[in-house]
Structure formats: structure tokens, C-alpha cells
Design a protein around this ligand. Structure first.
Ligand code: VGL
Ligand code: ZN
Length: 212
């Protein structure tokens, strides 16, 4: 394959979306995603490139319909105000401009960040558009659930969507679910790529210009 020169990308209208990097989805949590914590250093490396970083949080009431006691598929997780619902302690918060919470009503599950709102009730798509965002780079947990749903909704909302493969991990209830989710995102129009390609596109040296 021919070597392709790395082109500089413009990030001024791009946002990083960090999906559900919460303690309950990391090793030791109640719905731990294998290697879930390994997305944290990848996200911390990418965050400084973006003028807008948004973190979503699964934010369930104790009687949420997705919990087994209510007939749902999952153990209790990300209960509002609990330590398991907090973002991973090593996640760098300094670039985060909005926190979007979803799944807050007992009777309705919400996998996609686009079903969530910030603290003033503003939906994710709105707060991105208000900031002039046209492109989103999606990372987080879990590839086969909330990341998948967030990527597919971002495409429906008309954003250019990049799915950062090494910045996400899958639950893999069935082996291969994560790979199939990535294939689905690609088929729907997302660019699936690794963080090193994104960092290279941000840092590629511009053509030298003569200065006197
Ligand atoms: C998620 C299962 C249940 C996720 C949330 O964030 O991917 N998965 N609730
Ligand atoms: Zn949930």
C-alpha cells in the first residue's frame, strides 16, 4: 500500500465525546468492561487537541428499568450520586466543558449520549451546535452499547463522526460484539481510526516557510 502523507487536520470545529468512563464500567465496578480503564490514558492524550470535550454519564435511579430487579438485562450500575457513577479518577477533567447525563428516568433506558442533557437541560446535539461543532470524535465505554448508539446518533444528527477504536472497549456479552459494532459504525459512515492517526494529524509539521 502506498504511504499516505499525514495531512494536518483542523480541530477548531471538532469535539471529543467521552462516553461513560465511569467507575462501574471499569475493573472493580458493578458492570465492569474488560480493560475499561485502559481508555483513560488514550482520552487524556487526545483531550488537549479539542476546543470542546464533553463527558457523558449513565445516571440511573435505584429502581431503573435496566436493572435485573426490574426485569432488565444488567446488574445495578451507575446509580445517581454513587461512587460507581463517578468518572474514573484518572480521567483528566480540565478540558471538559459539559457533563451530559442520560438514563435518568426509571422507566426508560438510554444508551446514546444524544438522549442525554447537561445540567441546564440542554441536549447534547444542541450544546455541540451552539459551540459551532461540526465533527465529533467518540471514545469511551462500551463499544457495543453506549459508544455504538452515540456514534450512530451523531451520524443521524449530521455530524462528521470519527470512532476512536483504541479509545473504547467492549462488553462482548457475545464474543465479537465489539468488532461487529465497529463494523456497523463504519458502514453507517463513521471513520474508524486509532488515536495515533489523530495525534499525527494534529502534530504533523506544516510545510516550512522561509522566514528572514
Ligand atoms: C452501558 C450497559 C448498560 C454503556 C450502559 O455505557 O455502554 N452499557 N448501561
Ligand atoms: Zn446503564
Amino acid at each position: 500500500m502506498a504511504e499516505q502523507a499525514t495531512r494536518l487536520r483542523d480541530f477548531h470545529d471538532a469535539a471529543l465525546i467521552v462516553v461513560d468512563v465511569q467507575n462501574d464500567f471499569c475493573p472493580g465496578g458493578s458492570l465492569a468492561v474488560p480493560e475499561g480503564d485502559q481508555v483513560v490514558p488514550v482520552i487524556n492524550k487526545l483531550a488537549p487537541l479539542f476546543p470542546v470535550v464533553v463527558a457523558t454519564q449513565d445516571w440511573h435511579p435505584p429502581n431503573h428499568c435496566s436493572f435485573r430487579a426490574q426485569g432488565g438485562p444488567w446488574p445495578p450500575h451507575c446509580v445517581q450520586g454513587s461512587p460507581g457513577a463517578e468518572l474514573h479518577p484518572q480521567l483528566d477533567r480540565s478540558h471538559i466543558v459539559a457533563y451530559v447525563k442520560k438514563g435518568t428516568r426509571p422507566e426508560k433506558d438510554a444508551y446514546s449520549g444524544f438522549e442525554g442533557t447537561d445540567d441546564s437541560g440542554n441536549p447534547l446535539a444542541e450544546l455541540l451546535r451552539q459551540r459551532g461543532i461540526k465533527k465529533v470524535y467518540v471514545t469511551g465505554l462500551a463499544t457495543d452499547y453506549c459508544v455504538r448508539a452515540t456514534v450512530l446518533d451523531a451520524l443521524k444528527e449530521g455530524f462528521e463522526v470519527h470512532a476512536v477504536a483504541d479509545g473504547m472497549r467492549a462488553v462482548n456479552v457475545k464474543p465479537g460484539d465489539g468488532e461487529r459494532a465497529l463494523e456497523e459504525m463504519r458502514a453507517a459512515g463513521a471513520v474508524v481510526e486509532n488515536s495515533d492517526a489523530i495525534l499525527a494529524a494534529a502534530h504533523a509539521a506544516p510545510a516550512p516557510t522561509a522566514r528572514v
